[in-house]
Design a protein around this ligand. Structure first.
Ligand code: AOF
Ligand code: ZN
Length: 351
């Protein structure tokens, strides 16, 4: 069998896996395909934690199980070797005598960490590992960052004018409200992004000026946990986000000053980076991802601390002339996409 065929079927696994985006936490996105003589005879993906793993769904979907002993199983993540909410996929593959397994990338979480591949090989299966590895790492970047770096995967997002400003200067309260740089399609896309993340953060300045809801309204999915960074503990008496479904955490040096209903204040100490304290707290809370939507101070704090993984920057078509300068960021340009009101660039932190 050619390498090209393996690549094609691993790509199919990724396509299947991505159907569950945002729904599998704390589990990764996994798709699996079973091919017999180059033809797909079964496939499936992991839908939700607690439900069967991708390989189980794929094996179950094969009508004639006799074909399994002369088939190849493809999966974008190393099959598991542990008894978790479900029994080990490696054991199931072995029990069906599937002779050849093609794996996209290794599962680096402590529970598995190479033991799935080892188990398959020591039972006589031929295992090819590392096909479309970069794409297979990317689809589960939140899962891998969480397990390998012991912190959530951090995505920064902002929109800037064509001359590099986040916002105009606001001199009075009457100037409050969102000053849109992007159009409706970008707004829908941002809501889709929110549905894929487990938490979302803004600073107190953004809360005061934009009063964002930080929920998923323009897409189907659950609201991420909302997080506000407010060192001073001073916030308006009523804010839009507390009226949305879901919880809100406020990181502050003065928790006693927080008098909003239904929010969870968390004390920040002033001798350690706020970015680090937030990242540690989210890790301890088992949250694998954080989307930071502004404002400038918060974005810059995470950028200068080096605690970020990816930035998604919309550049609008209009000039502000003056205002709040957008952050400067260095990294590898990963993707560019044009919209009628703006262009999007995704930048990856290569440090
Ligand atoms: C696979 N295929 O489709 C997934 C895997 O609690 P459990 O039993 O569901 O196990 C979760 C762990 O299994 C998760 O942390 C990851 O290491 C692996 N996920 N493995 O072979 C799958 N979702
Ligand atoms: Zn499994």
């Amino acid at each position: 069998m050619t390498g090209e065929t393996d690549l094609k079927f691993i790509h199919r696994c990724l396509e299947l896996a991505s159907r569950a985006e945002g729904n599998t936490y704390p589990n990764p996105l996994v798709g699996s395909v079973i091919a017999h003589e180059g033809v797909i005879i079964g496939e499936g993906f992991h839908r939700k934690a607690g439900e069967p793993h991708a390989e189980v769904v794929a094996i179950e979907s094969v009508g004639n199980k006799e074909l399994l002993s002369t088939s190849t199983l493809y999966v974008n993540l190393e099959p598991c070797s542990h008894f978790g909410k479900t029994p080990p996929c490696a054991d199931l593959i072995i029990s069906h005598n599937i002779p050849r397994i093609v794996v996209g990338t290794k599962d680096t979480s402590e529970k598995v960490s190479g033991r799935g591949i080892e188990k398959l090989r020591s039972s006589g299966c031929s295992v090819i590992a590392g096909v479309a590895e970069e794409e297979c790492r990317r689809i589960n970047r939140r899962f891998f960052t969480f397990h390998e770096k012991k912190r959530p995967y951090i995505t920064l997002k902002w929109a800037e004018s064509s001359d590099g400003f986040l916002d105009i200067n606001r001199s009075s309260e009457s100037a409050a409200g969102i000053n849109w740089i992007t159009g409706k399609p970008e707004r829908i896309l941002v809501h889709k992004w929110r549905a894929s993340e487990q938490s979302i953060l803004v600073g107190a300045g953004t809360v005061r000026i934009d009063d964002p809801e930080l929920n998923v309204r323009e897409w189907k999915g659950s609201n991420p946990l909302r997080v506000i960074l407010c060192g001073s503990g001073r916030l308006p008496e009523d804010i839009a986000m507390i009226h949305s479904e879901g919880s809100t955490i406020i990181f502050t040096c003065f928790p006693e000053k927080i008098n909003l209903p239904d929010v969870i204040p968390v004390k920040l100490n002033d001798h350690e980076l706020a970015a680090l304290q937030i990242s540690n707290f989210l890790y301890e809370s088992d949250l694998q991802s954080l989307l930071i939507e502004g404002g400038r101070q918060v974005l810059e704090h995470f950028i200068t601390s080096g605690i970020w993984d990816e930035a998604r920057v919309f550049r609008g078509k209009t000039k502000f002339g003056e205002g709040i300068k957008a952050p400067e960021i260095r990294g590898t340009s990963y993707l560019k996409q044009e919209f009628s009101s703006s262009s999007l660039e995704i930048i990856i932190n290569d440090k």
